[in-house]
Design a protein around this ligand. Structure first.
Ligand SMILES: Nc1ncnc2c1ncn2[C@@H]1O[C@H](COP(=O)(O)OP(=O)(O)OP(=O)(O)O)[C@@H](O)[C@H]1O
Ligand SMILES: [Mg+2]
Length: 910
């Protein structure tokens, strides 16, 4: 039967290329090679030979897939029916790693010749082409597919991962015979077998990738492996006639590549030269300006190399995107500035600059920060920056030839999209780019519509809970690299999510893990994430405290009443559809911050016209009577809230002991910030404030003035959700998180504002939680979920908190009045929180005891939220412990039931 070429063959699908060796034949030369490495594997036979990225990356791994032949399998199998299992395992372990245990196939495995019954666990995979069944002689194949043969059943999946045919009841004999060129009918489709797919290729998902992708990516490995050659060789001596002809080009690097500490970029490989150097300009080394290099941290140098290789298309063929996902404060800005400045002045071909104009899109509050950073690192002469603002309209940029960098906020971009589209940008940088969630979001759509190919996303906040958001980011920087969303879902998202369900079978778990690993591998070429650890040594010590504040009497009484309300009881009956649980949670959180916030809500609702119909009525019933008859929320007192009492004392002791230091005080709620502001006023503390209402144009000014050593402000009131991202608040060295967010990333964002490059003082962080209440539960949820983080992204739902099981609600709606610290109770720690478990007494205990904290270096200083296990490693003690050495904690102990403390960079600590 003749056939037309299937799509994969037109595109050169690597899975079709290898010569198929039917199971009964062997390839002696390869076998020899394998045998040299490990004599035990001579019984196995090479069935297919493919080149994959992974094998290139890891020199120990080989590009061969080893399958036992029918005969060899029979040789080692003596009479039982596990051959199928053996086949599968041997395939899955197919590497040439000499340490690998390919030879350890179970010896007792046997197969009886006449045996017909085949265990259901036999799984084989084949690449096939398919078309609708017809009697025509000349078939027109409609597409490539993957045939999965499991036991007696067949499944046909297209390359998007969708099932397109099924069949059952095939005989084992038929199964055995499947070989290249064989045609068969499955679910009304005719297929022709093209080759065997190894279980590894199937479980990693590689067999679904069409020709263009893998080779594109694998190209990087060669490029990346090439060492830096002596740059002077080709730079100073034009090697060919053509090069001499093009001597009008700048053949010298802009900076001396041989100077000590020079930072030289990777040279393009021959493929790149062939594609992009049609005029045969001489190769010139691209060298980062030494003026910048002298400031760069090692991880920043590595980051610049990474960005350069990505946007030049060295890493993945025909893709020019990158995601720089370094944790907060690692200097993503300086890395981008270095890249822009380099590409704008230099290039590998005749020194010709690679880019002319750059567009930087950033949250409004950071537009001026970017401008300032350019000035900080490059001064005002080298490069002309245009930051769009009220007084700086985009037209000015369009008209003037001087400016090469346009900085614009996401909001402004939407408003002036048409104008931006008319400008040709060669490089696009999206700061805090995790907001580009999907193409349905307007901003994403607007950015996608820009024609610029070189795209960089910067984000310090990893994608937390959504593989589709992850897809959106990847697809934005390197469009199409993961195929269409529909196939991505089938091949990666669904198996990964399925594998994380508690009910997942072993097989599902394994498949999900393999797919996640493959996804990480594919995307890892253009995603770079480094953690805080790389910068710790440049930073002053950080003393982190979790402070469990005893609730005030009024809070306890109101809390009990709320928990006894009809609304809460209704939630616990499990009728969650219309459950008012979110309202109940909101009320409890307000109460923890200050009872006057709850009072205000009750009064507001009483005045509201919908009060009668509202579920809140049943929540607030009788609550007002708990407040004193003449209660005036504007005259609130500190004694009415445990946390506020602690805060007030904390501010006083900071002021007293460190008069030159400043405090960043963070809340997620504007109303709470109002209370904190009032506290500042009452105590005469000078303050400044940045929240969602603060005009974007004023934000940088507020930040700058707080950071200035001449500022008289003692406190910076910050709404973390409104404007926390990306801000540098190094003027403050004490940071107090007054309330807790469900999403740990919000809190981490806030905490990272002060402990960053440029900070001069030891940093003190205080997280205030009300003992025994919902705040502790939210904290526990933050930290326990962290243990589950996934390989590519953290799949735990941490940002959306609308769904709870009845059990979870029961836990949330419980007040633990007798516990000093419910979180500590949960840690399974042997200590009682007494004095023996402070750092002072550490030497007395053997290191292995779970509570002995100080001597163990903290495992990771990454900005990831803590896990329960890590928290247990923190120093911890109850509030009534007698000899607190920390003078700040000493002063607030009266209102505190428990402390956790951890010091980073302790060697130089206070
Ligand atoms: N090599 C360096 N030497 C001194 N200061 C540096 C260096 N690199 C960065 N900084 C400073 O560190 C601070 C943090 O840098 P930057 O704002 O770029 O961090 P980021 O990675 O963008 O963090 P975020 O995710 O919070 O936005 C800035 O004030 C910056 O000027
Ligand atoms: Mg930033």
């Amino acid at each position: 039967m003749r056939r037309s070429a299937a799509p994969s063959q037109l595109q050169g699908n690597p899975f079709k290329k290898p010569k198929f060796i039917p199971p009964a034949r062997s390839n002696p030369s390869l076998n020899e090679e394998i045998t040299k490495l490990n004599p035990d594997i001579k019984l196995l036979e090479v069935a297919t030979s493919k080149t994959f990225l992974q094998s290139q990356n890891d020199p120990r791994k080989c590009s061969l897939n080893l399958l036992p032949t029918e005969e060899s399998a029979r040789e080692i199998n003596h009479g039982d029916n596990y051959r199928g299992k053996y086949c599968f395992e041997a395939c899955a372990m197919a590497t040439l790693d000499p340490h690998h245990t390919v030879h350890s196939a179970p010896k007792e495995i046997t197969v009886s010749k006449g045996q017909e019954e085949e265990p259901a666990s036999l799984v084989k995979y084949f690449s096939v082409v398919w078309c609708k069944a017809s009697k025509k002689k000349h078939k027109k194949w409609e597409g490539d597919a993957v045939l999965i043969v499991k036991g007696k059943s067949f499944t046909l999946k297209n390359l998007e991962g969708k099932d397109i045919g099924r069949g059952i009841g095939y005989k084992f004999r038929e199964l055995e015979k499947i070989e290249e060129g064989q045609t068969m009918m499955i679910g009304g489709k005719e297929i022709e077998v093209m080759g065997i797919i190894s279980p590894d290729d199937f479980s990693s998902g590689r067999c679904f990738q069409l020709g263009g992708k893998s080779p594109a990516i694998s190209n990087f490995c060669q490029a990346a492996k090439k060492c830096f050659s002596n740059p002077l060789k080709s730079v100073y001596k034009p090697s060919s006639k053509e090069n001499r002809q093009n001597s009008f080009c700048n053949c010298k690097p802009r900076h001396d590549p041989c100077a000590p500490n020079s930072l030289v970029m990777l040279r393009p490989d021959s493929r790149h030269q062939w594609m992009f150097n049609k005029n045969c300009f001489p190769l010139v080394d691209v060298v980062i300006d030494p003026h910048l290099v002298c400031h760069l941290r090692p991880h920043q140098k590595e980051g610049i190399r990474f960005l350069y290789e990505c946007v030049m298309g060295f890493r993945v063929n025909d893709r020019y995107g990158a995601i720089l996902a370094d944790e907060m404060g690692l200097g993503k800005t300086i890395q981008c500035i270095s890249l822009i400045w380099t590409l704008q002045c230099q290039g590998p071909y005749g020194g010709k600059p690679v880019i002319k104009k750059t567009l930087i899109v950033t949250p409004g509050s950071l537009v001026n920060n970017w401008r300032k950073e350019f000035q900080k690192w490059l001064g005002s002469e080298r490069i002309k920056i245009f930051a769009v603002g009220q007084d700086h309209k985009i037209e000015e940029f369009t008209k003037s030839p001087f400016y090469s960098v346009l900085i614009i906020s996401y909001e402004m971009l939407l408003r002036s999209l048409d104008q931006v589209k008319n400008i040709k940008f060669d490089l696009l940088i999206c700061d805090e780019g995790h907001r580009l969630k999907n193409s349905a979001v307007k901003t994403t759509a607007a950015l996608i519509s820009l024609s610029c190919e070189k795209r960089i996303i910067l984000t310090g906040t990893p994608v937390q809970n959504d593989l589709q958001e992850f897809f959106a980011l990847i697809d934005f920087v390197n469009p199409g690299i993961l195929g269409p969303l529909s196939s991505y879902r089938k091949i990666y998202e669904e198996p990964i999510i399925l594998s994380r369900q508690p009910s997942a079978s072993e097989e599902e778990k394994e498949l999900g893990e393999r797919r996640a690993a493959e996804l990480t591998c594919l995307t890892g070429l253009f995603i770079l994430r480094r953690t805080q650890e790389v910068i710790n040594k440049y930073l002053p010590p950080k003393i982190e405290n979790v402070v469990f504040c005893q609730p005030a009497a009024l809070q306890i009484e109101l809390y009990r009443k709320l928990l006894n309300s009809r609304a809460v009881r209704f939630c616990l009956q499990g009728l969650l559809e219309n459950s008012p649980h979110l309202i109940c949670i909101g009320a409890l959180k307000k109460l923890c911050n200050h009872p006057c916030l709850l009072f205000n809500s009750i009064k507001e609702k009483e005045c509201s016209s919908t009060w009668d119909k509202n579920e809140e009525r049943s929540l607030y019933e009788g609550l007002i009577n708990v407040f004193p008859a003449d209660y005036n929320p504007f005259m609130f007192t500190e004694e009415e809230s445990g946390k506020l009492q602690v805060l007030s004392k904390l501010l006083a002791v900071i002021r007293e002991l460190c008069p030159a230091e400043k405090v960043v005080l963070v809340s997620n709620y504007t109303q709470t910030l109002n209370i904190l502001q009032e506290v500042c006023k009452r105590h005469g503390y000078a303050y400044t404030r940045l929240d969602g209402q603060t005009p974007v144009s004023q934000r940088q000014q507020i930040v700058d003035s707080f950071n200035s050593k001449y500022s008289s402000d003692f406190i910076f009131l910050l709404s973390s959700k409104a404007g926390g991202v990306g801000l540098n608040l190094i003027g403050g060295s004490h940071l107090i998180l007054y309330d807790i967010d469900w999403n740990p990333a919000t809190d981490i964002q806030a905490m990272s504002r002060v402990w960053r490059d440029g900070q001069k003082h030891p940093v003190h962080i205080y997280r205030l939680l009300t003992t025994g209440t919902i705040e502790e539960k939210i904290y526990q949820r933050q930290i326990s979920k962290q243990d589950l983080s996934g390989a590519v992204v953290d799949l735990t739902k941490t940002s959306e908190h609308t769904q709870f099981s009845v059990e979870e609600l029961k836990n949330l709606f419980t007040l633990h009045e007798s516990s000093h610290c419910v979180t500590h109770d949960l840690l399974d720690c042997e200590c009682t929180g007494g004095k023996d478990h402070t750092g002072d007494a550490l030497e007395k205990f053997p290191i292995s005891r779970s509570c002995q904290l100080g001597p163990h270096p903290q495992k990771s200083h990454s900005l990831k939220p803590l896990s329960m296990a890590q928290l247990k490693q923190w120093k911890h003690f109850s509030g009534d412990h007698l000899s607190l050495t920390d003078p700040f904690l000493e002063r607030i102990r009266e209102n505190v039931s428990f402390f956790f403390q951890n010091i980073t960079n302790q060697t130089t600590a206070i």
